[in-house]
Structures are given as structure tokens and as C-alpha cells.
Design a protein around this ligand. Sequence first.
Ligand code: GTP
Ligand code: MG
Length: 700
Amino acid sequence: MPRKVNCGIDYDDGYDDDFDDYDYGYDVEENVKEPSLQDTIKRGVWRCSVCTYDNDDTMSSCDICGILRSPSVSNGTYDEKRTAPFKFDVPSPDDLVSNGLHSSAQHSKAKIFDFKSSRAPSSGVGKNEAVKVLSSAKSSDSSHDSTGKDKHGGIIFSKNLEINPSSGFKASDKSSASMAKGRVEDSDGRSVSNNLCSSGQSSSSLMPKERTDMVEDGSSLTHGGEGYLTSNLKNMTLGAKSGNSKDIKANSRAQYKPEKWMFPEKAEGSLTQLNLAIVGHVDSGKSTLSGRLLHLLGRISQKEMHKYEKESKLQGKGSFAYAWALDESAEERERGVTMTVAVTYLDSKRYHVVVLDSPGHKDFVPNMITGATPADAAILVIDASIGSFEAGMDGTKGQTREHAQLIRSFGVDQIIVAVNKMDAVEYSKDRFDLIKSQLGTFLRSCDFKDSSVTWIPLSAVENQNLVVAPSDVRLSWYHGPYLLDAIDSFQPSSRDFSKPLLMPICDVIKSSQGQVSACGKLEAGAVRSGSKVLVMPSADIATVRSLERDSQTCSIARAGDNVAINLHGIDGNHVIAGGVLCHPDFPVAFARHLELKVLVLDGATPILMGSQLEFYAHHAKEAARVARISLLLDSKTGKVTKKAPRCIVAKQSAVIELVLQESICIEMFSKCKALGRVFLRTLGRTVAVGVVTRIVEELV
Ligand code: GTP
Ligand code: MG
């Protein structure tokens, strides 16, 4: 029934809880310049070869990053092990604490972001059948034709990206990275390279050589107003709006004139679309809750439900009957674990809700990131059982905090905390209050406003407080809204109807007849049958043949809509997940050298010069290296506290430069929030969230 958003990770064989299959022993020898003698032998100090900190001569290891002193400058104490290729040793936060370097602002509200999203109704959408999941856990080349309608009449998607366990992420479809060829002129008359091995069609504007539409100069970095990284972001956006931007490109964007059909006419009775991410720690009951809601609202028939119950019982997984509606793959069912985001639909009074049921297991956080980024709002599911809430909150193994931080950095500022499995704690008010108090403090530190968080005690299994008020007397102490009511209380998201088309491609469907469709959520603009679109990064111009929303043909799709866009006039291999459909005159950037403003998450390992990280932005992933840490910012005021620091530790924010292994479609946050948000991960955890502040060098 649901469609699975497939981020293409090749979970080849069984995983275990520790998932140590990846080789995280990054060899940074290539990336880190060995210190010259002059560098290293300053009087009384030695310079760390990794973070370049000048340590006191008496120190045998770096005071900042804990790396042992290089043998070439040690006081005769030659460390034989260090002559071997250098393995990157990241000190644990505990090490830093013991060095007195851990952020002392334990209780400070290190706000992550303030991606304010004003809210306005979007176009209504019809009632549609849910689309079937794409769920093969095996990665495959995007050129394969594995798609078409599945047995449920839905659509199965192909995968386009894979993780190379040893070297990080890589586009498996080499076309994404190897297309730079001829030169053309962009709409502003600049010479740009045509990134194309295309069908021979030309675009009037392709990739500008240099992005000068910086809305951010030193001042926007240094004067944060009310502080926090967030306020800098606000300033950036304001800077652009107030005409501080020097870019001709920005002017030409301002000159963009949307046509009348691009704006929705709110038809009476039509529902506004709401992309709702269901997130939370593993086994908290996300899929069970989603399945139960679908069943209660008639999206899963009684007959289907019987089938799930029977089959799950047969496999000794009776308690997963509702989750089976979402966890469709044999592997997910066998393990009782969601692996990829399942997309399904339900209608509330006010919304056509696109449900994004995310995996909670820590190994599948990358899938959660790529699948749930289009969320407008979220339900954070908590397992109220004794010990389970605590496990979810655990800083190293729990996913509750990481999911909350990620959701906030996706721009989601309104959430429901569904305190599930209340049946397991006798619907205890004390337990609910304890969870609310502990988690509430953390959510505030993530910049969720109390007024934007709704707390609901419920039980998915016992159907308490989901679509009607609870019937169990043990919940008589609760007087708030039930879950469906709370969903209807979300504010609708604003949509960028008046901007040029931008649709990050999350999946590609290829039919056996050679037709190709790009799937994703329109972040800006609109398209209709017959529209010309620029497909990046191939820079091919294609024509929209038809559009599908929730498996139903539609004639127009506008910002906020999740659609499959059937294209013609393009080689199917040039349409890849992680790519972007844009207006032909307003191409998205394609780059690998970026400047970011990042916040290192609480408890995360430090980021050093030369650190190898996994980089995520919209549906794109790439291996990346920290090329420069330019500025350290005060996380409260946003002011520059240090230039060229050696490393950034937990709760610090900074401006850094990152070089990706391959170029990706990307945009500055000030231009497109959805394409300018980034996530940095390493060692199986998200270490930082941030935004793109500058495209340092675009592919030419
Ligand atoms: P992942 O997607 O793998 O992170 O798991 P999940 O959060 O989707 O959890 P899932 O729905 O698969 O449920 C995990 C287990 O919790 C199953 O055995 C469910 O029956 C059980 N469960 C879910 N909701 C409830 C509830 O309200 N009460 C009780 N007692 N158990 C529940
Ligand atoms: Mg699940």
C-alpha cells in the first residue's frame, strides 16, 4: 500500500545493532598536510598535524583533538605505530570533557535553527489511492528498468544512489558526475559549461560559473542580532530581500513572472496537503500507529487487516500486524524493523496528509533524512514503557534526540509528541508528566516553542486517543485533543508558488516501455503537462508528458505537491535521484565546494580540519572532507569568536568549507531552504546540521 522512499543504501547483508560494517577508520593522510619543520618547531610549542593547534612542548598529545604528537617532532620518543598510514582518531566527547574542552553551556539553549515557515494554504488535492512502496533493500544501478506498477496498482521505484561502505556515498549512476562537457551561455549571458551528454537539446540557461548572489557578507556572519545560528539565517534571508544581494542572477530571479495558472484557486471542500513525518526511537510504535490510523480512517480495509493479522501471526510476529501495512518488504517484516520511509496517505477534516513513516533504527537514519526532509510537521513517537523512553533518550544509542534535532533542522517547527504504549504503564499520569518534563526540556533546547508542541498520551495497540477521545477510564485525567484532532490543528505551510520551479528528485520510475518519471515534492513553482523543465545535473531540457499525484493523473502540480512527473525528450539515465527539476531559465547550482554554517550537535564528536564526513542535502548524499574551518561563532550571539579555529566541538557553531567527493545539485539556503539544508554524519551518527551559505566553486 505505501510507497517507499528509497534512498538507495545498500544494506547488503544483515546488520546488527552496532552496525560496524562500515570502515570508519578514515585515513586522512592524503588530506592532512604533514607539518613542515617550521610549522612544527616553534619555540616551546609543537603543532598538531591534524587540527594544527599549537600545543605546549610538554604535551605528548594534542590538547584539542587528542592526537599523539607526531614522531618527527617528538622529543626523541619515537612512536613506531605512527609511521604506519595514519588512522583518524576522533576523541570522544568524554575525552574533551576531561580536557575541559567540552562546551560548558550544558544548560544553555543552544538553538539549532529558526527556519521560520510562515503558513498559508496550499492547493487542494484529491482523495487518492496510496502508492505502493519501492522496497528492495538492495541497491541497483539507476539505469535499470525495474519499475512500473506493482501488484497493488502502485508504483515501484528504482534506486539511484548507493553507499560505498569503505569510501562513503557515491552516486551509482555515474551520469550524475561525469557529464561536464561543452559550454553554453546562461540567461545572464555568462559562459557556463554544459554538463551534458544530453539528447542534443539545448537549454537557454544552464550552470553559472560563479554564484555571486551572496546575501551574506562578513557582517551577516558576525552580527547575529538576537544570536544563535538561527538569527544569522534570518539575517541572510532578510539581506536578500532588502536588496543587499549583488548578484545579477538574483535580479533575474526577482524578474521572474509567474503565470496565473501557477497559483491555486482554493476549490471549496478541497483539502490542503500536509507532509507529516512520523519519527522516533526504534520500536516506539511509529508503524503500528500509522497502520492503526490508516485502518481507523478506512485506508486499510478489514479484509486487508485480516490478511496482515494472519500473516504476521504465522511468522510469529502477531504484534506487528498494523506495522505490516507500512513495513512491506520481507526483510522489514522478518526483522520487525522499518528500513526505509514509507509514504502513504490519509485524510483528516482539514488536510490531505502525506504520512512519512520513518525508520527508527540508528542504522537507517540516513533513510530517515532523505525520506522525511519534505515534512511540514511531525509526530515524534515515544515509547512510554519503563526503560524504553530512557533508552530512546540515551545520548549515544537513543534516536529520540537525534530525530528531534533532525526534524527541527528540516525546518519543522510544529510537532505532536505521541506518548505511545501508555497501556504498558497503566495510563499513568505520573509517567506521562515525567516524559513531558524531561523531553520538553530537550525540545526547548532544539528551539521548539512550547506553544508548537502538543503532548498526547495514547496507545496505538489499544486504540486509545487516536481518532476519538479515549474510552479507557485510566486516561480520564487527560483533557487535551486526540491525535487526529491535533493533526488538524497544525498550521498549513506556506508554499513558494511565485518562484521558479524547483523539485528535488527523490525517486525515478522507469517503465518497461522506456518512459521515465521523476518523483518528489515541488519546493517552488508549478508545472503542467507540456511544460519544459530543466533536468539537473544533466542539464537536459525535457517536456512534461503527464503528472500523477497519489496514483491519479492530474494536470497541474504546484509547490507543496508530491508528484510523479512523466518526462519525454530525455534519456532516462539522465534523470537521477538527488537531481533537481528546475525552470529552464533558473538552473540549480551543481557544485562540490561549499561554504556552510553548521551547528555541532550536543554529544557529537568534534569536527576537525580534514575530517571525512557523510554529507546529506535534500535527496543527495556524498562523501565530504572539511577543507577549512573559517570562523567559530558564538552560539548565543552569532558573533565571530575566533578565526580559523582548529576544531569545532559539540554545541559550537561555525562557518566551514566542505569539499565533496562528487558535485551535487545544491542551492544556498537563502535561495531555497529545502535545497540549502545540510546534515553531516560520521560513525553512524549525525554530528552537525547546517545550511549552505555560499557556493564556493561551481562546476564549470
Ligand atoms: P521501527 O520503525 O523499526 O523504528 O519501529 P516502529 O517505531 O515502527 O515500531 P513498530 O510499529 O514496528 O512496533 C514495535 C513494537 O511495539 C510492536 O511489537 C508493536 O506491537 C509494539 N507496539 C506499538 N504500539 C504499541 C502500543 O500502543 N502498546 C504496546 N503495548 N505495544 C505497542
Ligand atoms: Mg516502523
